[in-house]
Design a protein around this ligand. Structure first.
Ligand code: HEM
Length: 510
């Protein structure tokens, strides 16, 4: 009886605590938010709507944005403003760059994982990293080194896929793409051969699992109003996040110290090719500021930037090609025309080795199809900034200091008022004029962000995606294993395909 009473009392108090917390949040949410004032964006709900629609969050945003290009969700301490208006986006990301920062709100959420890396910081810290990284990314050494890694891994990937090239075999394309781009980013980022495609190291596997889980847990913090309490109590996903971050830290610190020792033994420092070694050389000029913790943050941010984005985009690309077989054939035709070896017998390694920068630049239709994929399935589906002062957006709506302003890249790709009535159609031709690729304003095609913080790896990503897709489409034809299966995303920081991409493939004639 005593135990029963204790349980009932405990449950009662817990329920009371939950009801009180919830009521407090609701009062906080609705107090002093000017939610009936038409000079602020119309309120379409509270942050709890995001929780409710979590599994199809970006489609929920799309439905709302079709009726209301700029809208507001109320949160306990502030409002969250969501927009698809390209004028607002230019205002936030470029014209008023200094007034919209990542801000404390975002930093609070991401800093356990991103530390003081380029994704998390503002001001001087960001400027310094941006300058150094822009310089490194523009060097011929890094460009040549990365392209060589992409070509080698493309040949390996083609070999891996050839194992499945019989009509009865089904394989997970997203998984293979992830492993392949991971090998590339490891090589380019750390100078290390992870060999994930053909049997990976145990330690590397553990690191990647920890990185993926942390990505999802960090995203959850944007949705869960109780995450700080959970972190304090070290319970639930916050406890798992902590464990995962420890795995990540140990791995990266070990790599840094191994590289440091290697570097000390080698003399010709300027010829270092991978990103970590290049930053280590740069750190010799300011060892106090660029200590191991800072290097951990820099390198991990690059890892996160480059790891999933290209593989996710390529997964959606192959999905769209399966849904549109004529477009798949058109790209294969372009590969043949540009490389001039459609009829010739050629092995995987030789084909990949011949994919020079010059060849890649001639692939206008492929470039258009990849861009069209990113328009509909942007790797970062929602991104945002924090208002540092009260202000007025170009569409006339006011916002308050501390409000979050988010642009919805996924929803934008589906807005008829941005892309026309056929917005939801996959049509690479919309990017071509007389067969030549025509870029769009970055505020309209926002997949790579825009303004001073535009993605630093854009060219790098296109090169990698082009090399991989050219190699795959030269040798294989793809189709979905199950045409009736609904393919959708898993809601997290990047647009990851939920449950993988299950395909069948057959060889093209060699
Ligand atoms: C399809 C591939 C990619 C897409 C769609 C993409 C998209 C983006 C987006 C949306 C941002 C802005 C994020 C923010 O607000 O903080 C960004 C920033 C960035 N990206 Fe990419 N990215 C891709 C690939 C890469 C790769 C391969 C690298 C490098 C290895 C890279 C490096 C960066 C860096 C360093 C930033 C931070 C820039 C700054 O804050 O100044 N990205 N990218």
């Amino acid at each position: 009886m005593g135990i029963f009473l204790t349980i009932v009392t405990f449950a009662g108090f817990s329920l009371l605590f939950l009801v009180l917390t919830f009521s407090f949040l609701i009062v906080k949410i609705y107090s002093s938010k000017s939610f009936r004032d038409p000079s602020y964006p119309p309120v379409t709900g509270t942050v709890f709507h995001q929780l409710f629609h979590f599994n199809r969050l970006y489609d929920y945003q799309t439905e709302v944005a079709k009726k209301q290009p700029t809208f507001r969700l109320l949160a306990p301490a502030k409002s969250k403003i969501f927009t698809t208006d390209t004028r607002n986006i230019e205002h936030i990301l470029k014209t008023n760059f200094d007034k919209y920062a990542k801000g404390e709100y975002n930093q609070d959420i991401v800093k356990d994982l991103f530390g003081q890396g380029i994704f998390a910081v503002d001001g001087e810290k960001w400027k310094q990293q941006r300058k150094l990284a822009s310089f490194e990314f523009s060097t011929r050494v890094l460009r040549d080194f990365s392209c060589a890694a992409f070509r080698r891994n493309a040949a390996k990937m083609v070999k891996a896929v050839s194992e499945f090239a019989t009509p009865d075999r089904v394989f997970d394309m997203q998984d293979i793409l992830m492993r392949c781009t991971l090998d590339s980013i490891f090589k380019v980022g750390f100078g290390v051969d992870l060999n994930c495609l053909d049997g990976s190291s145990k330690e590397g596997k553990k690191f990647i699992k920890a990185l993926d889980e942390s990505n999802a847990f960090i995203y959850w913090r944007y949705i869960d109003p109780f995450w700080k309490l959970k972190r304090l109590l070290n319970i639930g996903c916050e406890a798992s996040l902590k464990k995962n971050i420890k795995v990540i830290d140990d791995f990266v610190h070990k790599l840094i110290s191994t590289k440091r020792n290697l570097l000390a033994m080698q003399e010709d420092c300027n010829e270092k090719e991978d990103i970590l070694s290049r930053f280590l050389v740069a750190s010799q000029e300011d060892p106090e500021k660029m200590n191991d913790k800072y290097l951990r943050d820099i390198i991990l941010n690059f890892m996160i930037a480059g790891k999933d984005s290209s593989a996710n985009t390529l997964s959606w690309f192959f999905y769209l090609l399966c849904k549109n077989p004529l477009i798949q054939e058109k790209i294969a035709q372009e590969v043949g025309d540009v490389t001039g070896n459609q009829e010739k017998e050629i092995n995987f390694d030789d084909f990949a080795a011949n994919l020079t920068d010059e060849t890649l630049e001639k692939m206008h239709y492929l470039h258009a199809a990849l861009t069209e994929t990113l328009r509909l399935y942007p790797a970062v589906p929602v991104d945002g900034r924090n208002a540092e002062t009260d202000g007025i957006l170009p569409d006339g709506y006011r916002l308050r200091k501390g409000d979050g302003v988010f642009y919805m890249a996924y929803a934008m790709g589906r807005m008829p008022y941005i892309w026309g009535e056929d917005a939801e159609e996959f049509r690479p031709e919309r990017w071509l004029k007389n067969g030549v690729f025509q870029p769009e304003s970055p505020f309209k095609f926002i997949a790579f962000h825009a303004g001073p913080r535009i993605c630093l790896g854009k060219d790098f990503a296109y090169r990698q995606m082009k090399i991989l897709s050219m190699a795959l489409l030269r040798f294989f034809r793809f189709r979905l294993a199950d045409e009736t299966k609904i393919v959708t995303y898993r809601t997290m920081l990047t647009l990851h395909m939920d449950g993988g991409l299950h395909l069948r493939t057959i060889s093209r004639k060699n």
